[in-house]
Design a protein around this ligand. Structure first.
Ligand code: NAP
Length: 242
């Protein structure tokens, strides 16, 4: 099958392209660096022409309310180009529990992206993943101050990007789900403990202070970002760190 992987040079996109090509499909990566822009629409018709499946793994450059316009415009352009090109399956990557955290602009933007896809003219699949393990470094940097890092005890179920890419490639190669597949890492941590574990394994002497008001995940209620019933990925966090 032929795949146009939009955002195919990013963390997940590059691994999805590799997986699909290793499985003897024909997957082509597209992004701004290859001359395709989902916001201006430049190069999109050519990028999706002849593709059986479009996998959209682009990401907004910011997590603030500008991300709503990013996902609205990019999905409008991509769906129009894919519809014109006769694409039979459109796949996006969203976030487990995304509809339960309307306090976050970025999460509302991802819900908007899902809704635009579901209302559109193309058979579709939505893969929702938990937070990528790679994302921990950014999470730690947001609230670092000298020797301390403040983190809430929000339950988190981190997943390796390789496992996300495997699941996205599998879903993209199958029949459209007309719905959502949830995928998650094999273990649930509280975010503050995950921070402590990360620092200790890296030999970093800073201290994590539990602070229910700190950082982006402070607004998450209960265990909204975890899913015990999700398809569980194999990679454990400490193995990934090692
Ligand atoms: N972080 C998490 O924990 C998490 C969890 C679940 C789901 N997700 C979702 O996973 C998806 C992929 O994330 P990622 O970390 O792999 O992203 P990433 O590494 O930041 O890659 C983003 C890709 O989008 C491309 N891109 C950005 N703006 C573009 C534009 N205007 N036109 C064309 N291409 C553009 C980039 O290419 P250029 O650099 O060439 O522009 C790059 O290939 C996102 O939609 C995100 O919401 C993330």
């Amino acid at each position: 099958m032929k795949f146009a992987v939009i955002g195919g040079t990013g963390l997940i996109g590059s691994q999805v392209v590799k997986n699909l090509n290793a499985a003897r499909h024909e997957a082509v990566p597209h992004s701004q660096s290859t001359g395709v822009d989902v916001i201006s629409g430049q190069g999109l018709d050519e990028a999706v022409a002849g593709a059986d499946v479009v996998v959209n793994l682009t990401n907004s450059p910011t997590f603030d309310d500008a991300s709503l316009a990013f996902f609205q415009t990019s999905m409008d352009h991509l769906l129009a180009a894919a519809h014109k090109g006769g694409v039979g399956h459109f796949v996006i990557l969203s976030i487990v529990g995304v509809d339960q955290v309307p306090e976050l602009d970025y999460y509302r933007a991802k819900v908007l992206q899902e809704n635009i896809l579901a209302a559109g003219p193309i058979p579709y699949s939505i893969v929702r993943a938990t937070q990528f393990m790679d994302f921990m470094e950014a999470v730690l940097s947001w609230t670092a101050d000298g020797d301390t890092i403040r983190l809430p005890a929000t339950p988190i179920q981190p997943i390796a990007s390789k496992d996300v890419a495997d699941a996205v490639a599998e879903v993209a190669s199958g029949v459209p789900l007309a719905g959502i597949r949830n995928i998650a890492g094999p273990e649930i941590f509280s975010l503050d403990d995950l921070g402590r574990l990360t620092l200790s394994r890296k030999g970093d002497n800073r201290t994590v202070v539990t602070d229910p008001t700190a950082g982006m995940f402070a607004v998450v209620k209960g265990d909204a970002l975890t899913d015990k019933d999700a398809q569980l990925a194999p990679t454990r966090y400490t193995d990934w760190l090692a």
